[in-house]
Design a protein around this ligand. Structure first.
Ligand code: NDP
Length: 331
């Protein structure tokens, strides 16, 4: 097994094709020693990028990653850490304790939020910072200047967006270009066999125009593409968590699960798991700089990291079959 590295869009930064994220898992499903062991396992497989966000477990995910980084004591040059801002931490009960710090990309919030992340992670700088969603109520110009200023302060190296529309990304790019500011380098969209439209069509012009890089999320559609929801909701799975109940309906979708069962047959024919096949498919898109993996257990991570070999062996015929099985149910 050897990792593949790709440049993050037009930047000179190289990220591992598979990276490890912490949403849902760190703190809620994986404790401190588990986090350290998973990060070490990913590291041993060549992973150099670890994804986080201020809002994950309300700051606890960054704390756990920071603790693990301290214990693992890797060379700071050798790893890339991200965080994302928009949702913010839970504030107090007073209305003023959330008005300027939640669901926003205003300058005040962004400049202060980055300091909180650095403190929790125990880092001097973040490699990648993302605007976790678009904020329709803050001028894009204000946000571009704030991200630029954070980079100028030495607190982050590159900035990007997550789930912004192509028009919003383009607007940010134009503002940065006009004022000679640090430009957005990457976007973090949802991308898997059942969710393709934005990455493959909406962003198409951005790859040419600004060499946009992608670090994509939920490659297994929260577990749907593992086949674990074929017979209902397994105990302890993501869909069984009360806080994630909004995912239930999608994860139990009969048509999609039937397609997953078909994919399982295809996976069997080339001696891999359906999860590995689905991960390899995401990695196959050359616009994807890094596929962010999620895992609630070490065995899952082991299996998912090994998908790098499936990626290397993927043929146009297999890809075509995967797409024709899932196409009808993809958006
Ligand atoms: P996936 O779609 O790959 O789902 C991961 C989950 O699926 C695991 O936690 C586990 O859940 C289950 N799973 C994974 N592998 C296996 C396996 N081999 N066998 C059985 N079950 C498996 O990715 P995530 O949704 O976790 O997203 C990955 C990362 O992307 C996040 O950690 C985060 O960093 C980022 N992200 C970013 C977002 C954004 O808005 N920018 C939004 C969402 C994620 P379980 O065991 O609990 O069923």
């Amino acid at each position: 097994t050897s990792m593949v590295y790709r440049r993050l869009g037009r930047s000179g930064l190289q990220v591992s094709l598979f990276s490890l994220g912490s949403w849902v898992t760190f703190h809620n499903q994986v404790d401190s020693s588990g986090v350290r062991e998973m990060m070490a396992m990913a590291w041993d497989a060549g992973v150099n990028f670890f994804d986080n966000a201020e809002v994950y477990a309300n700051g606890e995910s960054e704390l756990l990653m920071g603790k693990a980084l301290k214990q693992l004591s890797w060379n700071r040059l050798d790893y890339v850490i991200s965080s994302k801002f928009y949702w913010g931490l839970k504030g107090g009960d007073k209305p003023q304790s959330s008005i300027n710090s939640r669901n926003t990309l205003n300058r005040k919030y962004l400049l202060q939020a980055v300091d909180g992340s650095l403190q929790r992670l125990g880092l001097e700088y973040l490699d990648l910072i993302y605007c976790h969603r678009a904020d329709q109520h803050t001028p894009i110009e204000e946000t571009v200047w704030a991200m630029h200023n954070i980079i100028e302060q030495g607190k982050a190296l590159y900035w990007g967006t997550s789930e912004w529309s192509a028009a919003e990304i383009m607007a940010a790019w134009e503002i940065a270009e006009r004022h000679h500011l640090h430009k957005p380098v990457m976007e973090q969209p949802e991308y898997h066999l059942f969710h393709r439209q934005r990455v493959e069509n909406e962003y198409a012009r951005l790859y040419e125009h600004m060499s946009l890089g992608l670090t994509t999320w939920s490659p297994l559609a929260s577990g749907l593409l593992t086949g674990k929801y074929l017979k209902g909701i397994p105990e302890g799975s993501r869909a069984s968590l009360p806080a994630l109940s909004f995912l239930k309906e999608g994860l139990l979708d009969q048509d999609k699960n039937a397609a997953v069962a078909e994919l399982q047959g295809l996976a069997q024919s080339i001696n891999c798991s359906v999860s590995q096949l689905a991960l390899a498919w995401v990695a196959h898109n050359p616009h994807v700089s890094s596929v962010i993996l999620g895992a609630s257990r070490k065995e899952q991570l082991q299996e998912n990291l090994a998908a790098i070999n499936v990626f290397k062996a993927l043929t146009p015929e297999i890809i075509q079959q995967m797409e024709s099985i899932t196409e009808k149910y993809a958006d």
